[in-house]
Design a protein around this ligand. Structure first.
Ligand code: PGA
Length: 253
């Protein structure tokens, strides 16, 4: 069985290099004590190298990548990230879809490029508003769009994070999803993947949950959420809280 995967998505935090290194050091100390959980720390771009220096057991992640290098002012290529030691790249986070207008076709290019560069990608999908009990069709559309023409041999390096926007802690009125709904989303995602690439390839994709994950709910997501990992935003910026999340996840397996 693969280890439970916990991704710390720092977003655009913290604001100083000193605080980023301090946080990375503190999280690494927590990670060192624990077994059975794989931890990825995804700091903002300028802190990738200094944070990497603080990490031994935890792996380095990036929060996005452009799809190529060259005449693209301000963009970062997958090759550049790979050369820094980045192992996982978050693609298609709702904040990028909403604030930067990222489309499924751009996300598809990024996914291909990240995978071809030898890194794992964490594709974020999820509906904006909570509607009824069924997983909305938009989730399937986002997956089909993002994985278009990706060779099934690369599926084992894909993670899909179900992150309903209404559950992300910074969305006004956010509430965490329930493990039951996360389980339904995970089954739904598996069906979409199996339709696209067959049961065997789809089985190698890791499915994660994200949205207000905390020390209060991580245990129930590990046990009943039908997922192999979690994407953690706000709670990953606090050493004690994240340390507790790691400990609970490793015990709940
Ligand atoms: P949250 O963020 O844990 O603060 O809800 C998750 C995310 O947006 O990736």
């Amino acid at each position: 069985m693969k280890h439970f995967l916990l991704i710390a998505n720092w977003k655009s935090n913290p604001q100083s290099l000193e605080n980023a290194c301090m946080l990375a050091r503190a999280l690494e100390r927590e990670v060192k004590k624990i077994r059975g959980v794989e931890i990825v720390i995804a700091p903002p771009y300028p802190f990738l190298v200094p944070v990497r220096r603080e990490l031994k057991k935890a792996k380095l992640g990036a929060q996005d990548s452009f799809w190529t290098g060259g005449p693209y002012t301000g963009d970062i290529s997958p090759e550049q990230l790979a050369t820094l030691g980045v192992k996982y790249v978050i693609i298609g986070h709702s904040e990028r879809r909403i604030y930067h207008g990222e489309t499924d076709s751009l996300i598809n290019k990024k996914m291909k490029a990240v995978l071809e560069a030898g890194m794992s990608s964490i594709l974020c999908v999820g509906e904006r508003e909570r509607i009824g009990r069924d997983i909305p069709a938009i989730v399937g559309e986002q997956i089909r769009g993002a994985l278009r023409e990706i060779p099934p041999r690369l599926y084992r390096n894909i993670c899909i994070a179900y992150e309903p926007v209404w559950a992300i802690s910074t969305t006004p009125g956010a509430v965490p999803d329930t493990p039951e709904n996360s389980f339904r989303a995970s089954m739904y995602i598996r069906r979409v993947l199996a339709d696209m690439a067959g049961k065997k390839n789809s089985g190698s994709v890791r499915i994660l949950y994200g949205g207000s994950v905390s020390q209060m709910n991580i245990g129930s997501f590990v046990r009943d959420g039908g997922v192999g990992g979690a994407l953690v935003g706000s709670a990953s910026l606090n050493r004690k809280t994240f340390g507790e999340i790691i400990r609970i996840a490793s015990r709940a397996r």
